[in-house]
Design a protein around this ligand. Structure first.
Ligand SMILES: Nc1ncnc2c1ncn2[C@@H]1O[C@H](COP(=O)(O)OP(=O)(O)OP(=O)(O)O)[C@@H](O)[C@H]1O
Length: 471
């Protein structure tokens, strides 16, 4: 087992740094009731968010139900596991179950619209404590954020990491110089997992370690696409540019798109034209690579693209924000539209018992007209969200307004239902003072009992009839 896992803190007290958030978590757990909001632990990777959730469960003798947003991407799976985990009692005798949803910020992709909804539903219904974990607080949808109590974890300073590394060395019976520990702790940039991994990699097969034997290469020497693009437009030597391209995680077909996205930032139109010529040549090589499965050509593609564009750019630097290729944004928008279209048509076709193709080819216009006449009715009937309603209305603001009103209505109804379900305060009713000189009404004549008399008029069977009765 690697050391990061082997030395995962077992108790909250074992966590290094972040004392305030740790206390906040412990307090939340001690005072937890079903009305408590879930915690949302956020902060950069490797600083103890997941460890804190597990250590808390251990300290409280709670069982953990872990959901990993990036693994279990469908709403159905999350609903099934979270639903069961959140409302049923524990089988192992643990007092409670702690639902841990890791990588909660990974759920907001377009494909995961259902996933985000399922989390919201899970938060609403959970009868058990729940912790969401994310790197980026703003990668979480506002609805989920609003329902959670945010707890920020901060990068751990090197001076706090050093004692932890020293403890690991003594547990593993390795003698390690202070300078070596200091150098590892500083290059970890506040990420304890990274520090532990560096120590592990450096100490492998040794029983003593000094400064010169430390590998701090971990992730810090990985080249990001941003540094590659910056180098491409700067005065970088050709061999250095090629080295950077090998170190970057992205493949040439991705790099070519980033380069293409940056070319319009060149000031001189002649340079732009030259850069595009090199790009199109590189693109041809990439095409051959895939068609012939001859991956050596990748190297040519990379060389033509980078050295050619660098030559066209003339080392003048890039003076604009480096952005992901615009094409990706367009593709993401198109993918979102497709997801909405499929989900919407699925709902309608299964309710109307009409195949999706037939619906799309023959009835879509008619349906859009009908929805336009009674958008709220259709939205209620088919549980549309704002995007799905907008698919028919083509008016985002109106669709959002209608859905907001429906949600509000539902909340009111829930409130009413809860009120009705609450046990009647009988003493108050019984002791309701009677006005002077007023005779008590017999049961049947009291205003409350009156509706019981109109039994001839059956109440409209609201739950039975639907908008689709005619279909
Ligand atoms: N505060 C800490 N104290 C002690 N060890 C830590 C701490 N933070 C991280 N570690 C070490 O790093 C490993 C990974 O930490 P953890 O999974 O808790 O990080 P995380 O903040 O949840 O990261 P990510 O966002 O990538 O999931 C732990 O198993 C442990 O070895």
């Amino acid at each position: 087992m690697d050391w990061a896992e082997k030395y995962r803190p077992a108790h909250l007290a074992d966590l290094v740094g972040n004392k305030t958030p740790v206390m906040q978590i412990a307090e939340w757990a001690k005072t937890w009731t079903r009305k408590s909001r879930p915690l949302l632990l956020y902060g950069k990777p490797g600083i103890g968010k997941t460890s804190a959730a597990y250590a808390l469960a251990n300290d409280m003798n709670w069982e953990v139900v872990e959901l990993n947003a990036s693994d279990q991407r469908t709403a159905a799976v999350i609903e099934r596991i979270a639903g069961a985990g959140s409302v049923t009692a524990s089988l192992t005798g643990a007092t409670r179950k702690l639902i841990v949803l890791d990588e909660a910020d990974n759920l907001q992709g377009n494909a995961d619209r259902g996933g985000a909804k399922a989390i919201l539903e899970c938060i609403r219904q959970a009868q058990q404590p729940m912790i969401l974990i994310a790197n980026d607080l703003y990668g979480i949808s506002p609805e989920i954020r609003a329902r959670c109590e945010p707890v920020q974890f901060k990068a751990v300073p090197a001076r706090s990491i050093v004692p932890r590394l020293r403890y690991l060395c003594s547990a593993e019976k390795i003698s390690c110089s202070d300078a070596a520990l200091q150098s590892i702790a500083e290059s970890a940039g506040g990420d304890i997992r990274s520090a532990v991994n560096m120590l592990y990699a450096s100490a492998l097969g040794r029983d003593s370690l000094d400064d010169g034997q430390v590998h701090t290469s971990q992730k810090d020497e990985r080249v990001s696409i941003f540094s590659l693009i910056t180098a491409l437009f700067g005065k970088t030597r050709d061999d250095e540019l090629m080295r950077l391209s090998y170190d970057v995680d992205d493949t040439p077909d991705t790099i070519v798109q980033w380069v293409e996205g940056s070319v319009p930032h060149l000031a001189d139109p002649r340079s732009v034209e030259r850069a595009y010529r090199y790009l199109s040549r590189a693109d041809q090589y990439l095409g051959y690579t895939y068609r012939r499965q001859y991956h050596t050509l990748w190297r040519y593609a990379t060389a033509v693209m980078l050295l050619g564009v660098a030559d066209a750019a003339g080392g003048k630097g890039i003076h604009a924000r480096i952005m992901p290729p615009e094409r990706w944004q367009k593709m993401a928008a198109a993918k979102k539209q497709k997801t909405i279209r499929i989900a919407t048509l699925n709902k309608v076709s299964s309710t109307m018992h009409v195949p999706q193709d037939t619906l799309r080819e023959h009835y879509l216009d008619t349906l859009a007209l009908l929805v336009g006449q009674d958008p709220a009715g259709f939205a209620r009937e088919l549980s549309f969200d704002a995007d799905q309603l907008n698919f028919f209305l083509n008016d985002r603001a109106r669709a959002a307004e209608i859905i907001r009103a429906i949600v509000q209505e539902e909340k009111e109804r829930e409130k009413e239902a809860k009120k009705e379900a609450a046990p009647p305060k009988k003493e108050q009713k019984a002791e309701k003072p009677q006005k002077k000189g007023e005779l008590p009404l017999p049961e049947a004549e009291s205003p409350k009992a009156a509706p019981a008399k109109v039994k001839e008029e059956p109440a409209p069977a609201k739950t039975q009839s639907t908008l689709f009765d005619g279909f």
